[in-house]
Design a protein around this ligand. Structure first.
Ligand code: NAD
Length: 389
């Protein structure tokens, strides 16, 4: 079987779905690799490195789609909401597509993918089981994004992070607050600590308290009823507006005392909750920074504009999109490894295994035979449940 890698075409995207090092690993699983010329260049992987490992370079995108049984991308249509639709005419019935595709976000785009006839596997739907850990692309990207968020804040803040005692006096360390302690939040805590900041963190899931403390952070406890804050998969559950209003009221003081706030609070398939209002921004000292990692999902701060830097009331609010792409060498390296594990499990004896045979295959399969077949996605997208045959 042939696995094809088109060049990513989301504006500014620098990652590539497979790196040279995984080409021989895929060969062991019976998969040959073809790459669109220049696909890895922006991530630091020239064509020659792929060729050395046994991959074939194809001159144009159309040829990659035409020759591949399986197409792998970082941002497929759906996750690539700018240029992703241009791939739809290149896809064909029965072809396999694997990558990020925002399976819970838009019924329209998911149905377009289905109508192209491909069997699409959305990496966002990976189950959170021990066996699937090496295929968990979301976590792999979130770790890198968490690190880069702190580096961006350090760059933006008119302060330095560590305490410094010099002949010219003592500099007090910066106080950084992380709201939302998932994979990205944990990496942000670890990175900010390494740079010498005093780090506090808050999450609606009380289960993360120990993780925060083990990284040297202070866990902010708010007197809120959080009994049912976590779902069976370990994700946060959506709360009602009264809960979020109370949360904002309690968080206000902690935010006002922080030099920088990094927010990562999201709920799968939902718009991100607003946790920082304009009033709270006003309460921060001039020169403070908010970096909103939920910018693409609607933002945790009322003033966030996705992809932009806003200065309001003396506070800089950064709403980065696609942070993981800003470290494309390593993001591509880990993403390629998650895809390689996934493909090694998906293909057996030169055939794609049936979804019934494996929970990872079943849970990630989004579309097949022209239909959206994933029950979780159908529910989130407001499509009626499929009747079992
Ligand atoms: P995520 O990206 O879905 O959300 C980020 C964080 O925001 C979460 O910790 C969430 O609880 C938090 N959040 C949501 N609403 C909030 C609010 N109103 N206030 C404050 N915080 C709020 O999370 P994630 O990175 O996917 O991780 C979720 C959990 O799953 C973590 O505990 C992580 O360690 C775990 N996880 C397990 C596996 C596995 O077992 N294989 C893999 C990945 C993640």
């Amino acid at each position: 079987m042939i696995v094809g890698v088109p060049k990513e075409n989301y504006p500014g995207e620098r990652r590539v779905a497979l790196t040279p090092v995984v080409v021989p690993m895929l060969a062991k699983a019976g998969l040959e690799v073809v790459i669109e010329a220049g696909a890895g260049e922006r991530a630091g992987y020239p064509d020659a490195h792929y060729q050395e490992k046994g991959a074939k370079i194809l001159a144009d995108r159309g040829a990659v789609f035409a020759q591949s049984d399986i197409v792998v991308q970082v941002l497929c249509h759906g996750a690539n909401d700018k240029t992703g639709a241009s791939d739809l005419p290149l896809m064909r019935k029965g072809q396999v597509l694997v990558g990020f595709m925002r399976p819970l976000a838009s019924a329209e785009t998911v149905q377009q993918i289905a109508q192209s006839g491909v069997s699409a596997y959305a990496v966002e739907l990976m189950p959170r089981t021990t066996r699937a850990q090496s295929m968990d692309a979301l976590s792999a990207m979130a770790s890198i994004a968490g690190y880069k968020a702190v580096v961006a804040v350090a760059d933006e803040l008119p302060r330095i992070f560590p305490m410094m005692t010099t002949a010219a006096g003592t500099i007090t360390p910066s106080r950084i607050l992380i709201i939302g302690v998932g994979v990205a939040g944990l990496q942000a805590i670890a990175t900010a600590k390494r740079l010498g900041a005093v780090v506090s963190a808050y999450d609606v899931r009380p289960a993360v308290k120990e993780q925060v403390q083990s990284l040297g952070g202070r866990f902010v406890e708010l007197p809120l009823e959080t009994g049912d804050a976590q779902d069976g998969r370990g994700y946060a559950k959506a709360q009602d507006e009264a809960f979020y209003a109370k949360q904002r009221e309690l968080l206000g003081k902690v935010i006002a005392e922080s030099d920088a706030v990094i927010t990562t609070a999201v709920v799968p398939g939902k718009k991100a909750p607003v946790l920082v209002t304009e009033g709270m921004v006003k309460g921060m000292a001039p020169g403070s920074v908010i970096l909103d990692m939920a910018a693409e999902r609607g933002g945790n701060c009322e003033l966030t504009r996705a992809g932009e830097k806003v200065v309001a009331h003396g506070v800089t609010i950064v709403g980065p999109i696609n942070l993981a792409s800003s470290a494309p060498f390593h993001s591509s390296q880990v993403y390629a490894r998650t895809l390689t594990s996934f493909l090694a499990n998906l293909v057996k004896d030169g055939k794609v295994r049936l979804p019934e045979s494996d929970d990872i295959i079943r849970e990630t399969l989004l579309t097949q035979g022209g239909e959206v077949v994933n029950a979780r996605a159908r529910e989130a997208l407001g499509l009626p449940a499929l009747v079992a045959q």
